[in-house]
Write a protein that binds this ligand. Structure first.
Ligand SMILES: Cc1ncc(COP(=O)(O)O)c(C=O)c1O
Length: 488
């Protein structure tokens, strides 16, 4: 296959500028509320950026989930959706896309990624203490595994925890440890091995194709299944093309096919993978398909819609094909790299190398004066919203769940994630983010900690309520006004 959808454009100035290979045809107006309103909004939302309403947000960098820009082709496909409870033609178009792109012939639709995680945990975690080895957890994957009595073990290499690194594949699984874990725990107590493409919680860091081949080899040695979380598969495959020399001349289609071919089960959030809504589970193994099949009508909907609207199913099918287009898939990681390099050059501590889905600020370093008990990443997310109107997401201890005895489990990393969904923001908006973050870095000692005032028992980061431990937000506003005058 040719690489005719990969385009290299150099600037005469020598600057490395990520040039958009799309034009904007539909726009949404934005507002930047005054800083006093932003403080009120923080108090109303418990200093938790999930609880802000978009009316109070200027640039929404909470997530790329369900917020990637759709293409004109996706929107037009939505118009010819076939409404039917059973046997919809839209479903068969999606099934064909999954077969052609992911190379799996059996497809089970689910309403989003975590629904797939629920189905897989319910089907395969049979007894308390069953262990799932993985490169790293994702919040919802962990919650579903523990809900059914399972446990996890994370097997990243030590380098993955090194925030400022040049290692190209920090999402790799330590295969020597994998084998030791299987031997120590017993293969019968391991329902599957989970590999997450572009490991979300450590800064969107990819695994290499060689690493996945090595994991597969060990899985085969012990007769274990490999489950791939493919929510961020497109970007992981693109980074393999950029960073793994053996694949420098391969195509997206080839790399994606090899990755999915190494997994027995592929599941994904379509909110991420195909810039639509929905999710899916795919396999080539009829036994696996039969084991999961009955759970879809029970939790999701009939087998040809799985809780997804037929319009979204059409968008999902087109989105899967578009994942193979390098000019589309490179846009978010290139903007991320641009922002990470610009911020690093000004001293702001960032996760490197730049990964996917967003730029990640190291709050543990930037807010070293805030103890982990006062949630530095949550505090930084609140402070950054306050001074910029930009909504990021805490990915640190607030996003962790308490252990079985109710004790806090502090996160390995305290990160502020600034998501850069595909084809949503312009470069001047990215420059605004850079400008305000550099200012906040220079004023970082004015940021104070947070404490919980309302803590839900499950996935507390979504709806939890926090409060500042002092009047630091007011002090930050005073400095902002002194430096920026009447600018918002
Ligand atoms: C790696 C990964 N897995 C699973 C999910 C869950 O998907 P969803 O939000 O569609 O439930 C996400 C969502 O962000 C994710 O990033």
């Amino acid at each position: 296959m040719s690489k005719d959808n990969a385009v290299k454009i150099r600037f005469h100035s020598g600057e490395n500028i990520p040039l958009e290979m799309h034009k904007v045809r539909v726009v949404q107006k934005l507002h930047l509320p005054p800083i006093e309103r932003r403080l009120e909004a923080l108090h109303e939302g418990g200093f938790n950026t999930f609880r802000l309403t978009t009316q109070d947000v200027f640039l929404d960098m909470l997530t790329d989930s369900g917020t990637n820009a759709m293409s004109d082709m996706q929107l037009s496909a939505m118009m010819h959706a076939d409404d039917a409870y059973a046997g919809s033609q839209s479903f068969f178009r999606l099934q064909r896309a999954a077969e052609e792109v992911l190379k799996k012939k059996y497809f089970l639709p689910v309403h989003q990624g975590r629904a797939a995680e629920n189905v897989l945990a319910k089907a395969y975690i049979k007894k308390k203490g069953d262990l799932i080895p993985m490169n790293y957890h994702f919040t919802t994957a962990l919650a579903h595994i523990t809900q059914y009595g399972g446990r996890i073990v994370e097997l990243l290499y030590d380098e993955a925890y090194n925030i400022a690194s040049s290692h190209p594949f920090k999402g790799n699984m330590q295969v020597e440890k994998l084998e030791a874990v299987i031997r120590a725990h017993g293969r019968d107590n391991i329902p599957f091995i989970r590999m997450e493409a572009s490991t979300n919680l450590i800064g969107g860091q990819p695994f290499s194709l060689q690493n996945l081949r090595d994991v597969r080899q060990i899985a085969d040695r012990y007769g274990l299944r490999v489950v791939l979380d493919a929510s961020l598969l497109g970007e992981n495959a693109w980074l393999i093309l950029q960073r793994e020399p053996a694949f420098a001349h391969a195509t997206m289609a080839e790399v994606i096919a090899e990755i999915t071919g190494l997994a027995d089960i592929v599941y994904f959030s379509a909110r991420k993978l195909s810039s639509s809504r929905g999710g899916g589970i795919c396999t080539n193994d009829l036994t696996i398909y039969r084991e999961l099949e009955a759970l879809i009508p029970l939790f999701e909907g009939f087998l040809t819609y799985g809780g997804i609207s037929v319009r979204e199913i059409e968008a999902m099918a087109v989105g899967l094909y578009e994942t193979l287009d390098e000019t589309m898939i490179c846009q978010s990681p290139q903007f991320i790299a641009y922002l990470v390099h610009a911020l690093t050059a000004k001293g702001v501590p960032m996760v490197t190398p730049p990964g996917v889905l967003g730029a990640h600020v190291d709050a543990m370093s930037m807010c070293a004066h805030i103890p982990q008990t006062q949630y530095p990443a949550g505090a930084l997310a609140a402070a950054f919203y306050l001074i910029s109107g930009v909504r990021g997401m805490e990915r640190g201890s607030i996003s962790n769940q308490r252990d079985e005895d109710g004790n806090e489990t502090y996160a390995d990393m305290e990160l502020l994630r600034l998501a850069i969904p595909r084809r949503v923001f312009t470069l001047s908006q990215i420059k605004y983010v850079e400008d305000r973050l550099v200012w906040l870095y220079e004023n970082r000692r004015r940021i104070g900690g947070l404490k919980f005032v309302y803590e839900p028992p499950v996935l507390r980061f979504f709806m939890g309520g926090l409060a500042p431990v002092s009047d630091w937000p007011e002090q930050l506003i005073a400095q902002f006004k002194a430096d920026f005058g009447d600018s918002r």
